[in-house]
Write a protein of this length. Structure first.
Length: 202
């Protein structure tokens, strides 16, 4: 059974993109805040990470910079997986600034990531995000025993109960199969719920 260390990227600085008229994916060029990098360095020294065989990273700058710091400390190679990128707030890739992003995110949360009937939104649905992220998990789950994944809070929330992850926070989880031949990641506190579900199904 593969063990995953899901790590949210460090805290990004969107100032440059907001002040230079970047739109859409341009904001994902944002680096980490210089004064917050120390927290990523602290995370990179977590002894649990030494046991991993691979670091799987989102292609966004904030994630790659975080992954590179962890790689430098642990000596573990990085692979980049585009499908583990962040939730897409605007599928037209035209949102102007972080304030507009927050508006889309608020709408996403209020609708639990689901479009209302007969109404389409600009943002990516939770189901689409989950499918995308799980395709990456499936790719590596049988290749390695221990895997570090550096990506994004909303992406992680779509596949497991990781809570409100803080920047550079680690969430440790194991890989379990769910019913109906679909796969999910379960933390220890979800296992009881899984057995309850199975017991009441059969």
């Amino acid at each position: 059974m593969a063990k995953f260390y899901l790590i949210r990227h460090g805290e990004p600085d969107y100032t440059y993109g907001d002040t230079h008229g970047f739109i859409g994916h341009g904001h994902d060029l944002a680096p980490l805040k210089q004064d917050k990098i120390k927290y990523v360095i602290e995370t990179s020294k977590d002894p649990r990470l030494k046991n991993a065989q691979i670091i799987v990273s989102s292609p966004y700058t904030r994630a790659l910079q975080t992954a590179s710091i962890i790689s430098k400390e642990t000596g573990i190679d990085i692979v980049i997986e585009p499908d583990i990128r962040e939730w897409q707030p605007d599928l037209t890739y035209q949102y102007k600034n972080s304030d507009e992003l927050k508006t889309y995110y608020k709408d996403y949360i209020e609708n639990n990531g689901v479009y209302t009937k007969n109404e389409k939104r600009n943002w990516e649905t939770k189901e689409h995000l989950q499918t995308k992220v799980m395709s990456v998990i499936d790719k590596y789950k049988n290749k390695y025993d221990t895997i570090i994944v550096v990506a994004h809070k909303i992406a992680f929330q779509s596949i497991c109960d990781c809570g409100d992850m803080k920047p550079a926070e680690i969430f440790e989880t194991t890989f379990w199969f769910s019913l109906y031949n679909h796969f999910k990641l379960f933390s220890a506190k979800n296992i009881a719920h899984l057995f309850h579900l199975v017991y009441n199904t059969f």
